[in-house]
Design a protein around this ligand. Structure first.
Ligand SMILES: *[C@@H]1O[C@H](CO)[C@@H](O)[C@H](O)[C@H]1NC(C)=O
Ligand SMILES: *[C@@H]1O[C@H](CO)[C@@H](O)[C@H](O)[C@H]1NC(C)=O
Ligand SMILES: *[C@@H]1O[C@H](CO)[C@@H](O)[C@H](O)[C@H]1NC(C)=O
Ligand SMILES: *[C@@H]1O[C@H](CO)[C@@H](O)[C@H](O)[C@H]1NC(C)=O
Ligand SMILES: *[C@@H]1O[C@H](CO)[C@@H](O)[C@H](O)[C@H]1NC(C)=O
Ligand SMILES: *[C@@H]1O[C@H](CO)[C@@H](O)[C@H](O)[C@H]1NC(C)=O
Ligand SMILES: *[C@@H]1O[C@H](CO)[C@@H](O)[C@H](O)[C@H]1NC(C)=O
Ligand SMILES: *[C@@H]1O[C@H](CO)[C@@H](O)[C@H](O)[C@H]1NC(C)=O
Length: 410
């Protein structure tokens, strides 16, 4: 994909919906992946044959994991970000920090903490690195999601996350312009980079399964290495990961077709590249496909849409409309997204008609035109990933998925 220069990120809240603006970009600079991979891995000591089971939980408006850092262990919590490039947490002393539920990580109180020297190969491979006064590797991460700018220093310490224990290189953020991370202390990135949790644990596979947002979402799971396996029934499907550039930390797949019941939704002749991520709430479709599905849903609901849809949605109906609700007597059809290799992902109306409060239900899909991207990109949002187990095989470069009861996996 080209760069996501200016992007808007939607966070789906369980009670109300809020729209968060974001500018994603500048992060996909050439990290020397191959070189770094080898070096970092020499340090990574993954437990359990490279495997691990990490319980993750819905904490409005995102999925998070509890972890500990250091010796003795200091508790922290982190947002699970599939496309995230690295692992970071806020550290004391902090110049400018957002509020977090747990105390800041105190490096002086950990006997296993090691600063990353600024002349190390690892430090030099980090874009925008610098030398701090004490010779530690300083880094600057510009414009992650939501205008997130963080400044900090690189270090290494022992992490325990679920059943996995590993010595990880991480960012100690001490200055950021982030307003809030909803109580979390930092972010665990699972992206295709040597600095992510997946990269540092040398995991050749990982999987996750998001139990539906809200109370049920308390029992979701991230499975690393050997632990990552699908049940592999008839409903399991596999599609290749798309390699759009050699410096992208993202996971992309290729959309070939969309059906709304029996209606074939027109997609671009060559399909569309789809970003899979855990940050976006709703899904975004290339504009032509979105307009077609919007029309098909309106026809199927058989009622006039609300003139001023609840922000940030594009299409809303009164809940009382005959076929508006997931619980209505006139059932709406499933949306079936078909990815390369005939891998079909079914999105039932309970996942695409979102209860937006105030007696309205809204289509949880939007046009990617509103993201002002430079490329034709679609995005598979979290709502449409709920109760589907996604397995990323980094050796075979494939994404497999199957419907699952996510709360029973960990
Ligand atoms: C997209 O572009 C339009 C028109 O230039 C602008 O009004 C809007 O704020 C932009 N949206 C984002 C998310 O940058
Ligand atoms: C419901 O409507 C009220 C009054 O119009 C408004 O203040 C409130 O923000 C709405 N709530 C949601 C969830 O849209
Ligand atoms: C990383 O994985 C590869 C194969 O998948 C293996 O050959 C290599 O030894 C592993 N490295 C470490 C440090 O575990
Ligand atoms: C995460 O930690 C918090 C305390 O910081 C605790 O209340 C919560 O139950 C933990 N959640 C899980 C899923 O372990
Ligand atoms: C950090 O830990 C050190 C050593 O245990 C202690 O002296 C210091 O007060 C702690 N700092 C904070 C901010 O808690
Ligand atoms: C993607 O393609 C580029 C160029 O063909 C190649 O250098 C790179 O290794 C590929 N990346 C992956 C993850 O396969
Ligand atoms: C679509 O794919 C065909 C065959 O791979 C290619 O020749 C054509 O340029 C592509 N069109 C677009 C718009 O990308
Ligand atoms: C369907 O019914 C359930 C349980 O009564 C309710 O929680 C949910 O909001 C309803 N969904 C819609 C779209 O009305």
């Amino acid at each position: 994909m080209g760069r996501l220069v200016a992007t808007l990120v939607l966070v789906m809240c369980s009670a109300a919906c809020s729209l968060a603006r974001a500018h994603v970009g500048g992060l996909r600079r050439g990290v020397e992946r191959a070189n770094m991979r080898g070096r970092l891995l020499a340090d990574a000591a993954a437990a359990g044959g490279g495997g691990g089971v990490v319980p993750i939980y819905w904490s409005q408006p995102l999925y998070m994991a509890n972890l500990t850092i250091g010796t003795p262990p200091q508790p922290a919590s982190a947002i699970i970000h599939l496309a995230g490039e690295f692992v970071w947490t806020q550290c004391a002393p902090c110049r400018r920090c957002f509020k977090q539920d747990l105390p800041l990580f105190n490096r002086s109180a950990s006997s296993t903490y090691r600063p990353e020297p600024c002349d190390s190969a690892r430090c030099e491979s980090v874009p925008a690195h610098s030398c701090s006064g004490d010779g530690a590797c300083g880094y600057e991460r510009k414009t992650l999601y939501w205008d997130w700018d963080t400044f900090g220093i690189g270090g290494t310490d022992t992490f325990a996350i679920g059943t996995a224990t590993a010595s990880l290189g991480f960012g100690c953020a001490m200055d950021s312009n982030i307003e809030q991370l909803w109580g979390a202390s930092g972010v665990v990135g699972l992206g295709r980079t040597p600095w992510s949790l997946v990269g540092q644990m040398n995991a050749t596979a990982f999987s996750y399964c998001l139990a539906p947002h809200g109370a049920a979402g308390k029992k979701s799971a991230l499975l690393l290495g050997d632990s990552a396996k699908l049940a592999g029934g008839k409903s399991a499907a596999t599609t290749p990961l798309v390699n759009t550039s050699d410096d992208s930390s993202d996971y992309m797949i290729h959309l070939e077709g969309i059906k709304f019941g029996d209606v074939i939704i027109a997609t671009p002749p060559n399909g569309s590249v789809v970003l899979v991520d855990t940050i976006f709430g709703v899904s975004f479709l290339v504009d032509a496909a979105f307009q077609a599905i919007k029309k098909a849903v309106t026809v199927a609901v058989g009622a006039a849409p609300i003139a001023t849809p609840t922000k940030p949605f594009d299409l809303c109906f009164p809940k009382a409309a005959p076929a508006a609700g997931a619980n209505s007597s006139l059932p709406l059809p499933d949306v079936v997204l078909t990815f390369q290799g005939a891998a079909a992902l079914t999105v039932p109306p309970s996942k695409y008609m979102y209860d937006a409060g105030n007696g309205t239900v809204c289509l949880a899909m939007m046009s990617s035109a509103m993201l002002n991207l430079t490329t034709d990109l679609s995005i598979l949002g979290r709502l449409h990933q709920e109760n589907i187990h996604f397995l990323f095989d980094l050796d075979k470069e494939t994404l497999s998925f199957e419907p699952a009861d996510c709360s029973s996996l960990s």
